[in-house]
Design a protein around this ligand. Structure first.
Ligand SMILES: N[C@@H](CCC(=O)N[C@@H](CS)C(=O)NCC(=O)O)C(=O)O
Length: 220
């Protein structure tokens, strides 16, 4: 069976956006897998991959890391599942992966950075604070004054996605597909790590998220 190395926090909470994107893709395509929980400081567990990040997918003859590479690996190895419906779907999915990792997650990080220690325990709290404070060159609370403006910025930025969801129901079309999986992790991350009101209950993107959440529930 496929093994997915998945970031875990306090009480085995799974909160990593790219790990969620991959899990939702596996669940939605009925591909059997198990997860191996990896805490931030469990680097020895993933040392075999010769890099320090999850998700990592371990298959019978090898492994692949990075959510985009994993999704491509699944597409190539499960051709009957048609993970990318066609080349346009693959291109748009790649856009969503890049937009998420380069623009959306950094904005969301500003909103929730100071709350992430609440979902961690022991050494992981110190590891997270140390590595992130080095990265942002300041305290983990640095962005607290920017929370409401960052929420506004995020809501505006995702307006094209909102429009697609209003028109189609899902980002991929009338039914959920890989594009939905790649966007899902953004909202799941904030949902499980933060108490902020990222989206209004009436926002179509919030309703879309609630629908996808139901699909994701089987491995929570
Ligand atoms: N571009 C990568 C990002 C992977 C990544 O940043 N993973 C984070 C969790 S969301 C991680 O493993 N962090 C471990 C650490 O910071 O030590 C992907 O899409 O898979």
């Amino acid at each position: 069976m496929l093994k997915l190395y998945d970031l875990s926090g306090k009480n085995d909470l799974r909160f990593s956006p790219p790990c969620w994107n991959v899990k939702l893709c596996l669940i939605q395509n009925n591909i059997k897998f198990m997860t191996i929980p990896v805490r931030f400081t469990d680097k020895d567990k993933i040392a075999f991959s010769k890099q320090k990040l999850v998700p990592i997918l371990d298959y019978k003859d090898g492994f692949v890391y990075d959510s985009w590479n994993i999704i491509n690996w699944l597409d190539e190895n499960y051709p009957q599942k048609k993970i990318f419906l066609n080349n346009s779907s693959k291109n748009f999915s790649y856009f969503l992966y890049l937009w998420t990792s380069r623009q959306l997650l950094p904005i969301l990080f500003k909103i929730i950075a100071h709350e992430i220690p609440n979902v961690l325990e022991e050494d992981d709290i110190y590891y997270y604070i140390k590595t992130r404070e080095e990265r942002i060159n300041g305290p983990i609370t640095k962005f607290v004054p920017l929370i409401s403006s960052s929420i506004e910025e995020f809501r505006k930025l995702i307006d094209p996605i909102r429009k697609i969801i209003i028109n189609n129901g899902y980002i991929s079309g009338k039914k959920p597909g890989i594009e939905d999986c790649i966007f899902f992790g953004n909202l799941k991350w904030v949902d499980v790590c933060s108490s902020c009101n990222l989206l209004d209950d009436e926002d179509p993107v919030y309703k879309w998220y609630k629908n996808l959440l139901k699909i994701s529930k089987s491995t929570d």
